[in-house]
Design a protein around this ligand. Structure first.
Ligand code: CP
Ligand code: NVA
Length: 308
C-alpha cells in the first residue's frame, strides 16, 4: 500500500482486500477479548478542523486497542491556524508522531500535508472525499451479503464527499452505483469521469440522474447522507428547497428490491434526508456501519503504521 490513505482511487483492489482481511482478524480478536498490540509505542496525531463523533472516537479507541496512543489536535490550538505553513507543520509533526489523521475542508490541504510528511497521512474527511467511511461501508455490505460484485447501490441526496467517494469505491469493487441528486448538487464532474473509466474496466455501471425513484429501482442498498454538510450551514434554506423530494422514506424504499438494505454514514437528520421509520426499520444497517468503522480503521492503522 502507499504511504498515505487520501483517496480510494489510489488503492488497488488487493489493498482493499488486505484491509478487509485485517479488519476481519482484528474484529475476531476483539470479540474473543484477546489483547493484540502491534502498535505499541506508536502515536497517531489527529487534526480536526470540523466536528466528529465516529471518526475521532473510533480512531482514538482503535489506536489504544492496538497498543498505541492518540493525540487529539484541535486545529485552532495549532500554529497552523496562525499562519505556520502546511509544509513546516508536516515536517515538525513527522518528528514526533508515527501517523497523522486529518479532517479538514479543502482536500488540497490533506494532499499537501501528505506530500511534506515523512509519516502516513490518513484522510478523515474533506469536502471532497471520506475514504475511511466508504471502505468500512463496503466491508459492511460484504459482511451482510457475502458477495459485493454486482450489488447495486442507490445513493439518493447531496452529491457530496460521501457520494464522490462511493463513485470511486463502488466500481472499483465491481458494484453498480446510481446517484440521484438535484440539479446544482450533483457529484464532482472529474470524479464522475474517473468512475466511468473504472466501471468500464470492472464491468460495472455508474449512473448519475435526478430522479430518486428511477435511482432506487432494483437497488440492493439505498444510501443517503445529510443535505447540509459541515461548512454548508449558510445554504440551509436553499438546500431544503432543492432536496425536499429526495427524502429516503417508506414510499421510496418500496420501489427498491424487497430485500433492500438502508445505509447512512451518520450523523442523520431524521425527518430531513431520512425518516425515523426507515432508519429504525429492520432493513437499516446504520449501526453495523458505525461498528465496522473501528475494525476497518484498525486494519488501516495496522498496515500503515505497523509497516505490514
Ligand atoms: N460518519 C462520520 O464520519 O461521522 P463523524 O462526523 O461523527 O466522524
Ligand atoms: N457529508 C457529511 C458527512 C459527515 C460524516 C459532511 O461532510 O458533513
Amino acid at each position: 500500500m502507499n504511504k498515505d490513505l487520501l483517496t480510494i482511487y489510489n488503492l488497488t483492489r488487493d489493498d482493499i482486500e488486505e484491509i478487509f482481511e485485517r479488519a476481519d482478524h482484528l474484529k475476531m480478536i476483539r470479540e474473543k477479548g484477546r489483547v493484540y498490540q502491534p502498535l505499541k509505542g506508536k502515536i497517531l496525531g489527529m487534526i480536526f478542523k470540523k466536528a466528529s463523533t465516529r471518526t475521532r472516537i473510533s480512531f482514538e479507541v482503535g489506536m489504544y486497542q492496538l497498543g498505541g496512543g492518540a493525540i487529539y489536535l484541535n486545529s485552532s490550538d495549532l500554529q497552523w491556524e496562525r499562519g505556520e505553513s502546511i509544509a513546516d507543520t508536516a515536517k515538525v509533526l513527522s518528528q514526533y508522531l508515527d501517523g497523522i489523521l486529518i479532517r479538514t475542508f479543502a482536500h488540497e490541504e490533506v494532499e499537501r500535508l501528505a506530500e511534506y510528511a515523512d509519516i502516513p497521512v490518513i484522510n478523515g474527511l474533506t469536502d471532497l472525499l471520506h475514504p475511511c467511511q466508504i471502505l468500512s461501508d463496503i466491508y459492511t455490505i460484504k459482511e451482510r451479503l457475502g458477495e459485493i460484485k454486482g450489488v447495486k447501490i442507490a445513493y439518493v441526496g447531496d452529491g457530496n464527499n460521501i457520494a464522490n467517494t462511493w463513485l470511486i469505491g463502488a466500481p472499483k469493487m465491481g458494484m453498480d452505483i446510481s446517484i440521484a441528486s438535484p440539479k446544482g448538487y450533483q457529484p464532482n464532474k472529474e470524479i464522475v469521469e474517473k468512475a466511468i473509466l473504472i466501471a468500464r474496466d470492472n464491468k460495472s455501471r455508474v449512473e448519475i440522474m435526478k430522479d430518486p425513484f428511477r435511482c432506487v429501482k432494483d437497488a440492493d442498498i439505498i444510501y443517503t447522507d445529510v443535505w447540509v454538510s459541515m461548512g454548508k450551514e449558510g445554504e440551509r434554506e436553499e438546500r431544503w428547497e432543492a432536496f425536499k423530494s429526495f427524502q429516503v422514506n417508506l414510499d421510496l424504499i418500496k420501489r427498491a428490491k424487497d430485500s433492500v438494505l438502508i445505509m447512512h454514514c451518520l450523523p442523520a437528520h431524521r425527518g430531513e434526508e431520512i425518516t425515523s421509520e426507515v432508519i429504525d426499520s429492520e432493513r437499516s444497517i446504520v449501526f453495523d456501519q458505525t461498528r465496522n468503522r473501528l475494525h476497518v480503521q484498525k486494519g488501516i492503522l495496522e498496515i500503515l503504521l505497523g509497516g505490514r
